[in-house]
Design a protein around this ligand. Structure first.
Ligand SMILES: [Zn+2]
Length: 115
């Protein structure tokens, strides 16, 4: 896959991640790139219902964290494309294999360093 296609893939991924996050979280200005899960509205129902919502909030928050992390890596990868450092392993400086980038375009390290 060419760098141009990978860039497109990353840009699409960024859009997708943002729209997923926007469904249940709002973006934080400080620190930049941070998202906060919106707490589900309490409707004044039974305590049991409230507990369910807390549980839901916790699971949404963990989803939010993984989406946020992926979005941050995606943004970073797009920055690297601009700077011309994209596709290099951050740990050993080797080129990350093309087949890995195709599956994980936001990869920061090569397969060997990740394992
Ligand atoms: Zn490496």
């Amino acid at each position: 896959m060419q760098k141009k296609e990978l860039k497109k893939k990353l840009e699409n991924q960024k859009k997708e991640l943002r729209s997923m996050l926007e469904r249940f979280a709002k973006e934080d200005d400080k620190p930049e790139g941070d998202w906060d899960t919106k707490f589900p509205k309490f409707d004044g129902g039974a305590l049991e219902e409230a507990a369910d919502e807390v549980e839901e909030f916790d699971s949404l928050r963990s989803i939010e964290h993984s989406l946020e992390l992926k979005l941050k890596k995606t943004n970073k990868a797009l920055e690297k494309i601009k700077k011309g450092t994209y596709g290099k392993c951050e740990s050993c400086r080797a080129d990350i294999k093309a087949d890995r980038l195709e599956v994980v375009p936001e990869a920061e390290t090569c397969k060997e360093c990740t394992e």
